[in-house]
Design a protein around this ligand. Structure first.
Ligand code: NAD
Length: 267
């Protein structure tokens, strides 16, 4: 298997490419994850908010592949964060849905009780229930607020990132704090015409690849973890078939130049 892995600040290793299951209902998530696993994906990105944790985990169980080979991420939904009890109950529910141990739990986005949530998540790490903990949708300022109270540093921050919103200065700020960056909506969530961009299409043509493959390759070469979503087996296969080519510096720069800070969600 030629999947690249990155080492996180707590020493654990994460596959650099995975599959996301946002907006897939239980049955769709089960099918998409089953197909993804067959093709070699081992990182799976779910969330309490997506309501498909148990179906996602069922696909992992039914694959017959040892659990240790997988890297499962879920996210604490801030709407479950109104009290210490609610936070614990929701984390316990996720643990139950995902087989009693989770590789990575993120706070889905900043909220008023997130420092309390962070301390509770640290306990779950100390108890061996979570391997790693991290954040999602945190600006550099919000990240530093958590770092101030953290005994365990967030291993990564999952943020919106694609060639129209490439976040170069912000990524550097996260990385300076030892926090890796994971890209959500790496393909622009199918909007904005990103997959029809002529610059990307030309690069794709030169390599005999698709635009989606070029974008995901750009993520890998930037040292970013990326989690495209698809229900379509041909796309699922396409998205992982990116280990056999390399973008040169010129091509990387051409893609970098497409940035227009076009974020769906300002953080
Ligand atoms: P994405 O950028 O992965 O794009 C998905 C869209 O692209 C779908 O419409 C899909 O059909 C299409 N697609 C996928 N592969 C393709 C290919 N090879 N060719 C052509 N079209 C293709 O969008 P996303 O789902 O928003 O983001 C990926 C994952 O990131 C989500 O599933 C979720 O796990 C995560 N996410 C997290 C947050 C957060 O707040 N933390 C927010 C959004 C998404």
């Amino acid at each position: 298997n030629d999947m690249p892995y990155l080492t996180l600040s707590d020493g654990s290793r994460i596959p650099q490419l995975g599959c996301g299951v946002w907006e897939l209902n239980g049955q769709e998530a089960y099918k998409s994850v089953t197909e993804s696993i067959k093709l070699g994906y081992r990182l799976i990105d779910t969330a309490q908010y997506y309501r498909n944790e148990s179906e996602t985990y069922q696909a992992v169980l039914d694959s017959g592949i040892p659990r240790e080979e997988f890297y499962i991420t879920t996210k604490l939904n801030p709407s479950n964060g109104s009290s210490e009890k609610n936070i614990r109950d929701s984390l316990d529910r996720s643990l139950k849905n995902l087989g009693g141990k989770i590789d990575l739990v993120l706070i889905h986005w900043p909220f008023s009780n997130d420092e309390m949530a962070w301390r509770i998540m640290e306990e779950y790490v100390q108890e061996g229930k979570f391997k790693s903990i991290g954040l999602s949708n945190y600006s550099p300022e919000a990240l530093r607020r958590i770092l101030k109270i953290a005994k365990i540093k967030p291993v990564l921050n999952q943020v919106e990132l694609h060639p129209y919103n490439s976040k170069y200065p912000t990524v550097a700020e996260y990385e300076k704090e030892g926090v890796k960056v994971e890209a959500w909506s790496p393909l622009g969530a199918g909007r904005q015409g990103l997959l029809r961009d002529p610059v990307i299409a030309d690069i794709a043509k030169a390599h005999g690849k698709s635009s989606a493959q070029v974008i995901l390759r750009w993520d890998l070469q930037r040292g970013i973890i990326t989690i495209p979503r698809s229900k379509n087996p041909a796309h699922i296969k396409e998205n992982i078939s990116i280990m056999d080519f390399q973008l040169n510096d010129e091509e990387m720069k051409q893609i970098d130049a497409l940035n227009r800070d076009d974020a769906l969600w300002d953080i």
